[in-house]
Ligand binder design. Structure first.
Ligand SMILES: [Zn+2]
Length: 296
């Protein structure tokens, strides 16, 4: 299969980089490429999908980077999928139904069909939750911070979409085209302190890491030493600090200090490229700089 045909499948492949444990995803078969031919469109022409890349960062652990974000200008959002022997665990769902469907399709190609499904939301923001309807309709059990329940009670999908639509200056038609029909369901299970979920022998550590917002969770998978950081860690860019002030930023730094102690092979940040643990220091320094500026 040529590089081009990968592009047409809707996502780009990452080449093997032995230093960083990235393995090319192999499940996009030629038959899939053929059967989908009539519908082929470059990913960035599918409204609300962005330019996703799928990377198998460890056995049965996928990172999906480059999903659509309304900020555009090269800004994207990430998600992850962990496959255990009998379950599939999604971490975040992208900013649109198109993104949610993309994640579902990626997972489905590896599934037998009777897996238990879970969706862990790293926080309540649109760019991480708008795709959730897709997993929910397939029967996924949604796990999130307690505070997310409060938010989703107040702000159903359509109301949240309307806020973003006005902010973007979009027509209702454009918002529908990009986001799709968003339904935010209250979580099935909530946490307000660190929790370990044992799923078919795999441990999934759900860590409460407030700072960006109070509902922030990070997900650690010890077996693969992967950290799904949500917006607790940004790679390469400015951190979104506008939801708090110095007190929240200090809390954020203390959570980053805590995450640094974990044994980590790969960080899947909420935004930006896959990265190593060292990126945490850049995030800490950024926040220290913001506190200094504010308290000068
Ligand atoms: Zn985000």
């Amino acid at each position: 299969m040529t590089e081009n045909s990968y592009e047409l499948l809707g996502y780009r492949m990452i080449k093997i980089n032995k230093n960083f444990l990235l393995v090319v995803v192999l499940f996009a078969s030629i038959s899939y490429a053929t059967s989908e031919k009539e519908n082929e469109k470059p990913a960035d022409e599918i409204p609300g999908l962005g330019n996703p890349e799928v990377t198998e960062i460890a056995e049965n652990v996928l990172a999906i980077t480059g999903l659509y974000h309304s900020a555009e200008n090269g800004f994207y959002v990430n998600a992850g999928i962990i496959f255990t022997s009998r379950s599939v665990v999604f971490i975040d769902s992208g900013m649109s139904i198109a993104s949610g469907e993309f994640l579902w399709n990626i997972a489905q190609r590896r599934m037998k069909g009777d897996e238990n499904l879970y969706l862990i939301l790293t926080h309540n923001h649109s760019d991480h939750v708008f795709g959730m309807r897709v997993m929910k309709e397939k029967g996924a059990k949604v796990i999130a911070h307690n505070v997310v329940r409060f938010w989703f009670k107040r702000l159903n999908g359509e109301r949240y979409k309307e806020i973003l639509r006005k902010r973007q200056g979009w027509s209702p038609e454009k918002a529908d085209e990009i986001f799709g029909e968003v339904i935010l369901s209250e979580p099935d299970e909530v946490v307000d302190r660190d929790a370990v979920f044992k799923i078919d022998g795999d441990e999934i550590h759900v860590l409460v890491t407030p700072g960006h917002v109070p509902s922030e969770l990070s997900v650690y998978h010890p077996k693969s030493k992967t950290l799904f950081a949500g917006d607790t860690i940004y790679e390469g860019s400015a951190l979104t600090t506008r939801f708090g002030g110095p007190n929240q930023w200090r809390q954020w730094i203390s959570q980053l200090d805590r995450l640094k102690k974990l044994e980590i092979n790969t960080v899947i940040p909420g935004h930006g490229k896959l990265c190593a643990k060292e990126e945490i220091d850049r995030n800490i320094n950024y926040l220290r700089g913001e506190i200094e500026k504010r308290e000068k």
